[in-house]
Ligand binder design. Sequence first.
Ligand SMILES: [Zn+2]
Length: 491
Amino acid sequence: MPATALDPAVLAKYEPVIGLEVHVQLLTETKAFCGCANHFGSEPNTNICPVCLGLPGALPVLNEKAVEFAALAALALGCQIRERSIFARKNYFYPDLPKGYQISQYDKPIAEHGVLDVPTADGGLKRIGITRLHMEEDAGKSLHDGFPDSATRTYLDLNRCGTPLVEIVSEPDIRTPEEAFEYLTRLKEILLYTRVSDCNMEEGSLRCDANVSVRLKCAEKFGTKVEVKNVNSFRFVRAALEYEIERQIEVIEAGGRVTQESRLWNANEGRTYSMRSKEQAHDYRYFPEPDLPPLIVTEDFLQQRRVELPELPEARRARMTAEYELNPKDAATLTASREFADRFEAAARTARNPRRVANLLLSEIGGRLKALGLEQEQSPVSMAGIVLAADLLDEDKISSKQLKQLLDVCFEKGEDFAVVYEREKPRQITDSSALEAMIDEVIAANPKQVEQYRAGKKTVAGFFVGQVMRASKGQANPALLNELVAKKLDS
Ligand SMILES: [Zn+2]
């Protein structure tokens, strides 16, 4: 049952208030507090030990790499990092949590007071506050499907127990589902750029819970919030929020009250379902973890992380926009991933004209990929191939028409540019007298344009160059042709 369409006038009376909690698995080799492999997809219950199972007497030892990643993510999000943070036990019973508690952080998290700027519909930026970033461990997984007796049994895979996580909690600053979508998109991008997580939502490396309430626009107090749990794509987060906002407004408009609860998103039905009433923090009986000392982050340690911090997506987009004269859309394409931007820039810097490399990559290569429905990684033309093409164009060794023909062959045969160029070595007419004869013909056939040129409209030269290039089937040497056309017209 989709949300019934509310009268837009009724919807407009209300303001949604949204906060997001994002759990991110860190890309460490081993788990947070033991030496077990932190690896997705292993045989169930093979990456486990007394520590991550919480067997009596087993003691946790903090993985320094996890702290490095948490600090790096915190710095990238502009957080203040606490010199002394405290691990706490979050107690609850669940079959996939054999310890009966999760090691987390409570009132003294490693980082607080961050910010994330998200683009708005009017082309500006909106600043969303980040309340905190804390470290914790993951629980195991209950397997409800895929076994012959799944109808009557649930299996447990405890490999994920003790996987290091950071939880990133936003301020309730988000006002629309679209802003939530943008926040998540930017957050993921930053986490990928800092390489602290692979952010693979299908494998659960990035999970999102959304808190949402509605209030009358004039109201100061927040409404009762509902938590939508474990939504496994950003598009679904947006859809779940849209649904939930309308549902809450309907409840209020009908004279009812919104219940504080956790709800689950059902993507097939496009609606949320009540799961359980929401726990309060005191239900978890948080207390300081007695088996771990306070976490001390030194200035030296932080300085090291600052050195490791890469140029972040927003800054990189701004720099590359200026450096390669890009429009916003092209800048976004080139910086979509750090790996791609790195590969592009490493190649472009070896070219005679880096801007031409950007241009070819976005227009000629991008256009062909799009037409074929291919991803950048599936392009037959390597970055080195694009650099070669750009240099050949720059040196007038091929015309742009010949380039297009060569690229067509690359995509037809799945061959790189260097291979096709070496084999086909397009013919070029560099013989002045042959070109001059063609120019004379074109000039004779277009007296009106000649008149315009001689009256001072110098740009008409381009028309003659184009005509001769076409007559030569793209084989005229562009530099020589330009020179000869100008000479003829000026004589
Ligand atoms: Zn273990």
